[in-house]
Design a protein around this ligand. Sequence first.
Ligand code: NAI
Ligand code: MG
Length: 372
Amino acid sequence: MKHLAIIPGDGIGKEVIDVGMEVLDAVSEISSFDYDGELFDIGSERYLGTGELLTDEDISSLKKKDAIYFGAIGDPRVKPGILEQGILLKMRAVFDQYINLRPVTSWFPLVPLKREVPFDIHFLRENTEDFYMGAGGTFGGSRKNACVKVRREMYDLEMELKTKSSNNDDFAFEIGLLSRKGITRFADYAFNYAKSRGESDITLVDKANVCTHIYGLQRTIFEEKAEEYGMGLKFMFVDAMAMAMIVRPETFGTVAVPNLFGDILTDLGAQIQGGLGMGGSGNINPKGVSMFEPIHGSAPDIAGQKKANPIAAVLAAQMLLENQGYPEEGMMLHKSVRYCLDNGLTTPDLGGKLTTDEVGKAVCRYILNQKT
Ligand code: NAI
Ligand code: MG
């Protein structure tokens, strides 16, 4: 029995998670997968009513769960940033979900690329370090020592700039930081993940020709790990990767990518696979509580109109099942999505005429028909 936390959130998050739960019910009816889901009212309604975002009580209840199934948050009445920082980013930090898993699968006929070659890229984006945390350089020794060195480097930079320019100017800077510990756990996850998919190598994306410090260290550690796992390692610069995703996406399997570049490449990935409605995502801590969600937001423009495409939420449920040790059940959901696309059982965003619930019913029907 798996204990799941269900956080529908706001807007269409609620509508697609309703479908997702019906789908999980259907799966549990015909397989050994079984679950109980506890609903959490985390989101804008509660925030507007009580001022609460993610409370200590929420956290201690969520900690006891096997996984979190999440819809989306966002409400036009709430200032941008409040819900994201107070709920989503806090959740990722508290549960140390250091891997963001984003599969990019060719969902024909939705793929906008001219060449009709099937592809299945699995992006693993590092979720906690790089340019999204704010400190920097490569150092040995203690954290305190690192801080002293960063300050010294900043001072040197300041002096250099002062002597070079006579006029006053404004300056801003951002530092990317990677740690041996952070890179090591990222590499371990990536090689294990690729291995579990029967692949013999992974691709590491970076910009090691320009940002030599951080991505140099990352390459060194990934090389050590490749040897340890007896697997291959290919390097790609991020700019070349952006092009390759358009002209030869079929040549990639598991792709490890640092935080900032991963943010950008996975959005490109979402588009080449068929759009927002087809994207599932996992925020993973392999030893902790992971969270699975569709990549889209709360879509206030269509909320309450039964137009929301629930497929991304179904694909997020697939990832949840796989992560929890039910790969065959996960594959069943994947095939149910293929069945919907092949038979035009889709919502208006994909050119179909069905409502959110009707697509959900079609998915459930497909699953229940798999009963042996
Ligand atoms: P969005 O993803 O909610 O919507 C973008 C566009 O795509 C809209 O026109 C929407 O109608 C359409 N769309 C999205 N998902 C769809 C689906 N399943 N079926 C059919 N059409 C769909 O992004 P937007 O509009 O930028 O943000 C709306 C709110 O969602 C904001 O408050 C934002 O902060 C939040 N958001 C939350 C996320 C999360 O909870 N992880 C992720 C992205 C945005
Ligand atoms: Mg993004």
